[in-house]
Design a protein around this ligand. Structure first.
Ligand SMILES: [Ca+2]
Ligand SMILES: [Ca+2]
Length: 91
């Protein structure tokens, strides 16, 4: 486990972050339990991202820890914290 990963895990999502998590989960449109880059892109667009395709790429870079191109349940924690840090809020 890298230092970066353990730092991320020190911050547990709660409150507003829980609502962000619900949004991301709602955008798992094919209900396979993971967010594809396309699904992530749509979620970010909903959250007000100006360049959702670009931002989805950034999110994947930061949050897709096993590099399979999808955000799974564990990586969702990292995504929620990252999105919250980037200023995404549920309207
Ligand atoms: Ca999916
Ligand atoms: Ca992944």
């Amino acid at each position: 486990m890298t230092a970066r990963r353990s730092n991320v895990l020190l911050v547990q999502p709660r409150g507003a972050d829980e609502r962000l998590r619900d949004i991301f989960k709602a955008f798992d449109v094919n209900c396979d339990g993971v967010l594809s880059r396309k699904e992530l892109q749509k979620a970010l667009k909903y959250l007000g991202a100006i360049f959702p395709d670009f931002k989805a790429g950034r999110c994947m870079h930061h949050c897709d820890e096993n590099g399979d191109g999808r955000i799974d349940e564990l990586e969702l924690d990292v995504l929620v914290i990252y999105a919250s840090r980037c200023g995404y809020k549920v309207k």
